[in-house]
Design a protein around this ligand. Structure first.
Ligand code: SF4
Length: 398
């Protein structure tokens, strides 16, 4: 009998950066060679050790994020991926993404990535204006980005994401537009563009010493411009902040939004498996010590992967699963399917959220419409996309 495998996504965290950008609150920091080596040894060990829990799964997507994964040598990256290939069943049509930052990746390294099976790049540009990059504390120039992009194309990559940021210090609507047009002048155009606005996070240098930023109205205008210009250029907005050419939506991120199973490896990495959420410690020394000492049984007694290195293990109640289903699913412009909600929870969505949906529809924040199969789909309207946080809060259950 043919074995039915469940789909799995893998996230691998590389927490190293050349230096910290001024706005960054990600789990990343500069590190010495010895610390990097120790970490990478433990990371490969964790990936290998955890494989036992995923024998009934087939890996559809891998995302190597950070930090700056491209700071790690190609040899190490190959070793990491080889451990994945050797210990997990891999789908033939898998998506394997690595985040790269301009200034940390050569043509040779990009060619090596391509040959080791990486088939998607996510390049952190943020802005094509050098003065703006400098104010953000980025280590690269716009020219570094264009060289990296050219080398990526030369190496064979055709699935490339470019990260852009709006509402950054000294940015104007015109300078933002220029960034967009410079990115769109690339040949070929990137398959995918992520466009976020800068958020000042606690604990960052920008939080302590906040520079002058474009006002909210300008920020909104930049979002609108992004939408208009990218749509004109053949991109489809498939998530609040993500645009793709047809067929190039990020499969990995869609797993997060659709609440598929994923396993995270490395410090701070989060996982969701069988409706249990768990995460790794964010402290690199604790992580290394736990892996090196073989781990021990998880204290909460919930059976889940992790073997003692996991923290915050949370078995989600049905109510929590429904809330997540709504918050995350509504991020996608295709919205959520009433039929799928019923199949997932065995109860009609109207019974749980009927009143809220009607209210938000009346307020013009949600759109409800039947698709060609007769399934009712609920999605954020354009106005709803603008104020998505307010809409999502309505789906919290008593
Ligand atoms: S490169 Fe990315 S992860 Fe590293 S400090 Fe800058 S924003 Fe943070």
């Amino acid at each position: 009998m043919k074995t039915e495998y469940k789909p799995l996504s893998i996230y691998i965290h590389i927490p190293f950066c050349v230096r910290k950008c001024l706005y960054c609150d990600f789990l990343s920091a500069p590190a010495g060679e010895k610390e990097k080596e120790d970490y990478l040894e433990c990371l490969t060990e964790e990936i290998r050790r955890e494989a036992v829990y995923y024998k009934k799964y087939e890996v559809q997507t891998v995302f190597i994020g950070g930090g700056t994964p491209s700071l790690v040598s190609a040899l190490w990256m190959e070793r990491i991926l080889q451990v994945v290939y050797d210990n997990y069943k891999m789908a033939d049509e898998r998506e394997i993404t690595i985040e790269v930052n301009p200034g940390t990746v050569s043509l040779d390294k990009l060619q090596a990535y391509y040959h080791m099976g990486i088939n998607r790049l996510s390049i952190g540009l943020q802005s094509a204006q050098d003065n703006e990059l400098k104010l953000l504390g980025r280590i690269h120039t716009a020219a570094d980005f264009f060289r990296t992009y050219e080398n990526a194309v030369k190496s064979g990559f055709n699935n490339i994401n470019v990260d852009l940021m709006s509402a950054i210090p000294s940015q104007t609507v015109d300078s933002y537009k220029e960034t967009l047009y410079k990115v769109l002048s690339l040949k070929p155009q990137p398959a995918h563009i992520s466009a976020y606005s800068l958020i000042i996070e606690e604990g960052t240098p920008f939080y302590e010493n906040t520079p002058e930023l474009p006002d909210e109205e300008t920020d909104r205008l930049m979002y609108k411009i992004t939408d208009d210009i990218l749509e004109e250029n053949g991109y489809h907005r498939y998530e609040i902040s993500n645009y793709a050419k047809p067929g190039y939506e990020c499969r990995h991120n869609k797993v997060y939004w659709k609440r598929g199973d994923y396993a995270g490896f490395g410090i701070g990495a989060a996982s969701l498996v069988n409706n249990v959420r768990f995460g790794n410690t964010g402290d690199i020394r604790t992580y290394i010590n736990r892996i090196a000492s073989g781990g021990n049984c998880n204290p909460e007694g919930i059976r889940c992967p992790g073997n003692g290195i996991r923290e915050n293990i949370q078995k989600l109640s049905v109510k929590e699963q429904m809330e997540e289903y709504m918050f995350l699913g509504l991020r996608l412009t295709e919205g959520i399917s009433c039929r799928d909600f019923y199949h997932t929870f065995g109860v009609k969505i109207d019974k749980i959220y009927g009143e809220v949906i009607k209210k938000l529809e009346r307020q013009g924040l949600l759109l409800c419409k039947a698709d060609e199969t007769g399934d009712m789909r609920i999605a954020l309207s354009e106005f709803g996309l603008d104020v998505s946080n307010v809409v999502m809060a309505e789906f919290l259950l008593e």
